[in-house]
Ligand binder design. Structure first.
Ligand code: C2E
Ligand code: MG
Ligand code: MG
Ligand code: MG
Length: 284
């Protein structure tokens, strides 16, 4: 697939400023058009129970089918969406598509399947964030218990008092809350027992440390031990190898997500994945 220019740091800084500005302007224009033309789509990455191999959740990850540049990934356009405030519209679109799709899977019998959705700082910052989200779920008839929002530590530390109030309100409605990329942000651990958090997502940079015969796993060990102590769910991100999976399972890490089980895929491929599983169970 083709990716937008500028994602490679070297090229970004060696290009002249005027080209870069023109590029950004055209990308911004394209992004506005993308929202009108429905060019954004959502891919889903399985979250798998480490002991049974069962798919228990799906993380929604936005993609942009650009008419000329091909399939673009979040790193190619999310920073621009944030800067131009188009992120609000983009996220609303992602949430709506993902909830509608997940509702189909729930209605097809996957009653406790969880939908994980990433939220940007700007979204959470919005004064009507909670009210709008709850209203949107209600309109779509989506059960709040099946939704898990993912936020990063940086969002939390931005304004602990305000975020605390918002998250409590969301949790009271049944929405689950996950800390994404746990351990990589600028944060204090103090918030962990002050906020209604359900899940810690161990960042893939720590999972990468799990290799046989090395002690790179010590941070993963510590995070999982802490999550157990606080009775939080744990999802390990970026699990790519059998070694990592086995290690995490033995450690008591409940769920894993990563290329080992597969990348984020379009809904029709997830249909097939879930369908095959259901038939396999029915046949037993
Ligand atoms: P994230 O939420 O931490 O998502 C995990 C990223 O790691 C995804 O990249 C995923 O494709 C990738 N990944 C998954 N398994 C593996 C693996 O085994 N190895 C490796 N090397 N990578 C793996 P993606 O889809 O490019 O998303 C990047 C980031 O963009 C996400 O990080 C999230 O912060 C943000 N993002 C994605 N979709 C949305 C969205 O709809 N709204 C908002 N606000 N942010 C989004
Ligand atoms: Mg995430
Ligand atoms: Mg992450
Ligand atoms: Mg991330």
């Amino acid at each position: 697939h083709v990716k937008a220019g500028g994602k490679d740091g070297y090229r970004f800084y060696s290009e002249s400023m005027s080209i870069d500005t023109a590029n950004r302007l055209s990308l911004e224009r394209d992004l506005r058009q993308a929202l009108v033309n429905n060019e954004l789509c959502v891919h889903y990455q399985p979250q798998v129970a480490s002991n049974t191999g069962e798919v228990v959740g799906l993380e929604a990850l936005v993609r942009w089918q650009h008419p000329e540049r091909g399939l673009l990934y979040p790193r190619d356009f999310l920073p621009l969406a944030e800067e131009t405030k188009l992120i609000a519209e983009l996220s609303e679109c992602v949430l709506e598509k993902a909830c509608q799709q997940m509702k189909r899977w729930i209605d097809a019998g996957h009653k406790s399947m969880r939908l994980a959705v990433n939220l940007s700082p700007l979204q959470v910052d919005h004064p009507r964030f909670v009210a709008n989200l709850i209203a949107q779920l209600k309109t779509m008839g989506f059960p709040p218990e099946n939704l898990e929002i993912e936020i990063t530590e940086n969002v939390i530390m931005n304004d602990l008092e305000q975020i605390s109030r918002k998250l409590r309100e969301l949790a009271a409605h049944g929405v689950r809350i996950a800390i994404d990329d746990f351990g990589t942000g600028y944060s204090s651990l103090n918030y962990l027992h002050r906020l209604p958090i359900h899940t810690l997502k161990v960042d893939q940079s720590f999972v990468r440390g799990i290799r046989s015969g090395e002690d790179g796993a010590c941070i993963v060990n510590a995070i999982v031990a802490m999550a157990h102590g606080l009775r939080l769910d744990i999802v390990a991100e970026g699990v790519e190898t059998d070694t990592q999976l086995t290690y995490l399972r033995n450690l008591g890490c409940h769920q894993v997500q990563g290329f080992f089980y597969g990348p984020a895929r379009p809904a029709n491929e997830i249909d097939a994945l879930l369908g095959v599983k259901a038939r396999a169970r029915a046949a037993v």
